[in-house]
Design a protein around this ligand. Structure first.
Ligand SMILES: Cc1ncc(C[n+]2csc(CCOP(=O)(O)OP(=O)(O)O)c2C)c(N)n1
Ligand SMILES: [Mg+2]
Length: 333
């Protein structure tokens, strides 16, 4: 039996997705004013995957993520003001402005590591899985990573190790390349899943835009993972058109959640992506169709999230840059 969420839990999941989306939009707004905000790999388009996987986890589970990490960090409950301040290189940031977007980390909420190295998260998650097992807990270690990671030698070693030593590791591959084309990866295998399958790890391929489906698949996978049987979730995603560029930009516009019930509002160059693949709007439509909420309830959630992001931005804007004389603090060698 697939695990189903109550209406209240589905609304909480929607809010988690919306926080991820509005956080990224706040970065785009901030980048228009603060010219020192440079490259950022935004999480737009992946929200249903990240939010639903995170909603299925328990406190104490460890999360390891990548260059495209903001959604995971915010979705796991990090303070958005301190996260934004970190991305803006400010002293009030989660890592005192030293890490920036690529090393945004908050162990207080179980975000164990982020790594800008393609393949960094998958290796570190093996250590996390080993640690939770040695500690005798039933906590799991999650590796979020992109399809590009299957190019990297470390992924073979990591999956082999998890399988051979029965580690509680959940591999979550956010595959935003075209099926078979491997846009960002250069794989000889026909399917990404051929690789973990060859190493004895079961593969579950899911529609990464479907929050309910991702949640159910994750809950099912975690039953095995908590017993020391690793699982590979391949989340198929249609890449957000804005992910092709380095500087953040509103290529699909500021998200208007009313598009979920007024499709005539969807216009512009990327109308197709918005209508078919925007996971936030898709989930809003689903909630309305299932009568889990009405449009006023969704707008009230959006207003709450908007206010939280406005406060986050004010915090980050007002946080000073670190003093130059502290540049070497935290440097150990
Ligand atoms: C070891 C390493 N090689 C190359 C890069 C440069 N690089 C940054 S993102 C990226 C593509 C990653 O693709 P994927 O893992 O599929 O993530 P996506 O950006 O598509 O979400 C590359 C090659 C890097 N950061 N680390
Ligand atoms: Mg990719």
């Amino acid at each position: 039996m697939a695990e189903r969420l109550s209406d209240a839990a589905r609304l909480a999941l929607f809010e988690r997705m919306l926080r991820m989306r509005r956080f990224e939009e706040e970065i785009i707004h901030a980048a228009a004013v603060h010219k020192d905000i440079g490259r950022n790999h935004l999480y737009i388009g992946h929200e249903a995957t990240g939010a639903a996987v995170l909603a299925a986890l328990k406190q104490g589970d460890l999360v390891h993520t990548t260059h495209r990490n903001h959604g995971h960090v915010i979705g796991r409950g990090a303070d958005p003001g301190r996260a934004l301040a970190e991305i803006m290189g400010r002293e009030g940031g989660l890592n005192r402005g030293r890490g920036g977007t690529w090393h945004l980390c908050d162990r207080a909420v179980g975000i164990q590591s982020t790594s800008a190295m393609v393949g960094g998260s998958i290796g570190l998650a093996i250590g996390g899985g080993w640690a939770t097992r040695e500690l005798g807990t039933d906590n799991v270690s999650v590796a979020f990573f992109g399809d590009g990671v299957l190019d990297e030698g470390i992924s073979y070693e990591a999956m082999n190790f998890a399988s051979r030593y029965e580690l509680p590791v959940l591999f979550v591959c956010e595959n935003n390349s075209k099926e078979g084309a491997h846009e960002t990866s250069r794989l000889a295998a026909q399917q990404l899943g051929d690789v973990p399958r060859a190493l004895g790890i079961p593969v579950v391929t899911i529609d990464g835009h479907d929050a309910d489906g991702v949640y159910a698949a994750t809950m099912e996978a975690l039953k095995s993972v908590r017993k020391g049987e690793p699982v590979f979730l391949e989340s198929r995603l249609e890449r957000w058109p804005g992910s092709h560029q380095a500087k953040p930009d509103f290529v699909t516009g500021v998200t208007d959640i009313a598009m979920a019930w007024e499709p005539a509002r969807i216009t512009g160059t990327h109308a197709d992506w918005i209508a078919k693949f925007d996971p936030v709007l898709a989930f809003a439509r689903r909630l309305l169709a299932d009568k889990a909420a009405d449009s006023a309830a969704l707008q009230a959630i959006d207003a709450r999230v908007g206010a939280a992001m406005k406060a986050a931005r004010a915090f980050a804007d007002n946080s000073p840059y670190p003093k130059p004389e502290t540049a070497l603090s935290g440097v150990y060698a």
